[in-house]
Write a protein that binds this ligand. Structure first.
Ligand code: NAG
Ligand code: NAG
Ligand code: NAG
Ligand code: NAG
Ligand code: NAG
Ligand code: NAG
Ligand code: NAG
Ligand code: NAG
Length: 716
């Protein structure tokens, strides 16, 4: 320990110079993964401190981008000195163990306080949620949405049935307990409020903006019984009461749109800004998959950017409203890229900004007819900086696809599950098939008309209600879990020098690394790989088995196969973790705002820790807090990881004679240098491995034990 800390001071100075004067940009991206992700990042931050990347008063990362649970970590890191001191600057791995136990203890106390013990969600709601679940996955806790929701139910319901409110309470209590000065939840996530050590590091929070959202005009929490016109008018006043909207006037303006006000809600659609001269078009270009969103804080700016750089604006989106049925009908959403894209539903739109064609307008009249422009998306959260809670909750709304307030993603997610129900049924028992599907559709319909799940996604004005120019945010996993594309894009969008090499540390806070599952797909997706080979960067991609489709975040020209990736993975002797180094050259991805020509080296660090993602509910918190604390301690204790991080960054180590040597030079014989891409056209990808391939392959069966994670990721 002492050795490394001594050494650290020297490194900070030399690397700081290096970042300014030489050709390296250093960044960090992290996947989500609930509480496992949050605490894995605590361990990694401490490792980066040991490696000289972060210190008491500075950080060499020019930006850190995170998703979901890792974003809970990130807002605390940037905006709580007490958190930074007790994690990054912790003196020993044992301190981090205790820190984790304390944080989770506070969370458990919150859980026990609001809900003495678990409640059966099926009973509480009167909805057969089990019908939404396929048989094979029902056995597995991790992917069993019913078990997870039951655990979470009491906590959620007593958090005003609002994900953002839940995140607010959890983070507020934990930061209070760890000694944060002042009220954490009151902090605006702006440039000035960043703690001193992170004043020159940009904060990027990954989220997903739903392409369409629904404003419930009927009862908010209830059974979806229909309302009178008078009640509807009152609802409008309640819903639209904000500065962008004059309730009385807008009511008059929108009222003529409704053909059947007793059974309709208001749908808000997002599209690219309308080009000049297209104002009177009879069809509109609309987005139909989740839009990758970055909440960005840098030295001069705090605000939102969307992966719509291929349209006239990445900060403004066009908004339209129309009446929509209050009840669930699959064919209302047929034009939104439902699974399986052929046969049962036809593939409607060839790319992410396709227009609704005239014949489709006829076919899907109930939605497209009476569609009216309401201008542009109101700046989220009133404009300017979001609060730390708003930033943390929009990134982590993992149950969002079950929110009826985001009907397009709801339809996409449930269409895939529905197909699994179909596939899982025995073909010779048609009655069972019909019964299974009917149960499925009834459950979907019950959820849809019951407002209790609406706030699984987060309104872009939370805690204020959404109006006709607002949208819903969901977990960033529904557009890019490892948050790499927004990280690279932000460098390119702020005048970054593409001739510099970017060294990106990607912490994959995973449970397991199952080849060919989402575990590996989410990393392969940045390269040319099997499932995006025929998809242009920015166009639709549906990762095999993933919950929803999204715009392809491919940003590298090189090909990467699962096999190549797995062979690059080096296990560690002192830990469950493994690392891999990948090399990419950026290509243009006009949607994400990534430009061609920059070399990016990625150090992937996998946690490989089998702790469930969804730790919500007193029983599971009690069960998982010790394993979480052990994981953090394990990460922070790994001197092998410290060494690999330093090696990757070219940080010099001292040899026995006190001479500085680079590990890669020292182990030259073991390293495979970047092959000439001309010689290996099909690989392109460069893999550097100090382990022999035999070891990696021997570990494969172990990974495979985790079984296909590719299934159900509604709860990431
Ligand atoms: C961690 O907590 C335990 C129990 O409270 C305590 O005995 C121990 O000294 C603590 N360890 C450190 C390093 O503070
Ligand atoms: C939660 O609900 C209660 C009762 O409706 C309300 O008074 C309170 O303001 C709500 N809190 C938030 C943060 O929405
Ligand atoms: C569209 O508006 C007209 C009135 O302008 C109404 O008669 C018709 O029912 C509306 N269509 C739908 C689907 O709401
Ligand atoms: C759109 O329609 C309005 C009213 O009919 C008309 O004044 C305007 O010139 C039209 N715009 C274009 C671009 O055709
Ligand atoms: C901060 O981000 C904004 C928006 O991307 C950009 O316009 C501005 O140049 C950035 N400022 C710095 C100092 O990078
Ligand atoms: C997207 O689809 C529309 C037709 O629906 C087509 O006109 C347009 O060229 C397509 N854009 C791309 C980038 O392929
Ligand atoms: C390492 O992985 C094994 C196998 O999945 C697991 O049993 C063990 O608990 C893990 N250890 C840690 C510290 O996570
Ligand atoms: C909740 O109740 C079950 C049995 O009813 C019990 O096994 C479990 O330990 C309880 N959980 C907590 C956190 O008290």
């Amino acid at each position: 320990m002492k050795f490394w800390s001594l050494f650290t001071n020297v490194l900070v100075l030399s690397l700081a110079r290096a970042d300014d004067d030489t050709d390296t940009v250093v960044r960090w991206s992290s996947t989500g993964g609930g509480w496992r992700a949050m605490f894995a990042c605590v361990g990694f931050a401490n490792v980066f401190q040991q490696a000289g990347l972060m210190s008491e008063d500075s950080s060499l990362f020019s930006a850190i981008a995170t998703n979901s649970g890792a974003s809970w970590f990130l807002v605390q890191l940037f905006y709580s000195q007490a958190f930074y001191d007790q994690t990054v600057m912790a003196e020993s791995p044992e301190d981090l163990y205790n820190f984790t136990m304390q944080w989770m203890g506070t969370y458990e106390a919150f859980a026990l306080e609001v809900v003495p013990n678990g409640t059966d969600i099926n009973e509480a709601l009167g909805i057969d949620l089990a019908a939404l679940h396929t048989g094979t996955e029902r056995e597995q806790f991790e992917y069993n949405v019913v078990t997870q929701l039951s655990e979470f139910w009491g906590l959620y319901y007593n958090s005003n049935a609002s994900w953002a409110h839940f995140v607010d309470t959890m983070l507020s209590r934990a930061t209070d307990e760890l000694g944060h000065k002042g009220v954490f939840a009151d902090i605006q996530a702006n440039p000035e409020n960043r703690i001193p050590a992170l004043q020159s590091t940009d904060m990027l929070i990954q989220s997903t903006l739903a392409p369409g959202s629904k404003i419930r005009l009927g009862p908010h929490r209830g059974t979806g019984t229909t309302t009178t016109e008078e009640e509807l008018s009152e609802e409008f006043e309640f819903e639209f009461e904000d500065e962008y909207y004059d309730p009385a006037e807008k009511w008059n303006y929108l009222k003529p749109l409704f053909g059947d006000i007793d059974n309709q809600d208001l749908m808000v659609y997002l599209g690219p800004l309308v080009q000049e001269g297209e104002e009177n078009a009879t069809n509109w270009a609309l987005y139909s998959v989740g839009i990758s969103t970055a909440y960005i804080v840098n030295d001069t700016f705090a605000g939102f950017q969307y992966s719509t750089f291929d349209s006239p604006s990445s900060t403004e989106l066009a908004t339209y409203v129309s009446p929509t049925s209050r009840f669930w009908k699959w064919n209302d959403w047929e034009s939104y890229y439902l699974w399986p894209n052929e046969g049962f539903w036809t593939l409607p739109t060839p790319n992410a900004t396709a227009r609704i064609d005239q014949d489709l307008v006829e076919q899907y009249k109930s939605q497209a007819v009476n569609m009216t422009s309401t201008g542009t998306l109101a700046p989220p959260f009133g404009g300017g900086a979001a609060s730390v809670i708003q930033a943390a909750s929009i990134s982590s709304a993992a149950a969002g696809p079950l929110s009826p307030a985001a009907p397009t993603l709801f339809a996409q997610a449930l269409s895939l599950q529905r197909q699994k129900v179909r596939d899982g049924l025995e073909t010779d028992t048609d009655l069972a098939a019909v019964a299974g599907l009917t149960a499925y559709d009834l459950a979907a319909g019950d959820i849809y008309k019951n407002g209790v799940f609406d706030d699984f996604s987060v309104c872009s004005q939370w805690p204020n209600p959404c109006g006709p120019a607002d949208g819903q945010f969901l977990d960033g996993a529904f557009s890019d879990n490892p948050s790499v594309a927004i990280n690279v894009a932000q460098y390119h969008q702020t005048g970054g020098d593409l001739s510099k090499t970017m060294k990106l540390v990607l912490t994959n806070t995973n449970q397991d690394l199952v080849p060919g599952s989402y575990d590996t797909d989410q990393i392969l997706q940045y390269f040319d790989c099997s499932f995006n080979h025929d998809v242009s960067p920015g166009d639709y991609v549906w990762l095999p088995g993933f919950v929803v489709p999204y715009r392809s975040p491919q940003i590298f020209e090189e090909t990467l196969t699962v096999g190549d990736f797995i062979i690059a993975v080096q296990p560690m002797e002192d830990s469950n973790m493994s690392t891999a180094i990948l090399y990419g050259t950026t290509i243009d991805n006009a949607a994400f705002g990534v430009q061609a020509g920059q070399s990016v080296e990625i150090l992937v660090i996998n946690t490989n820790t089998p702790i469930t993602t969804f730790i919500a509910g007193a029983t599971i918190i009690e069960m998982q807090m010790e394993p979480l604390a052990a994981m953090v301690q394990d990460i922070a204790s790994s001197q092998e990881l410290v060494a690999r991080v330093k090696d990757f960054l070219g940080i010099l180590e001292e040899n026995e004679n006190g001479e500085e040597i680079s590990r890669s030079k020292a182990g030259e014989a073991e390293n495979v240098d970047k092959p000439d891409s001309g010689e290996e056209p099909n690989v392109g990808m460069t893999l550097r491995s100090t382990s022999d391939a035999g070891t990696s392959r021997a570990l494969c069966p172990l990974w495979a034990v985790g079984l296909l994670c590719s299934g159900y990721l509604l709860l990431v």
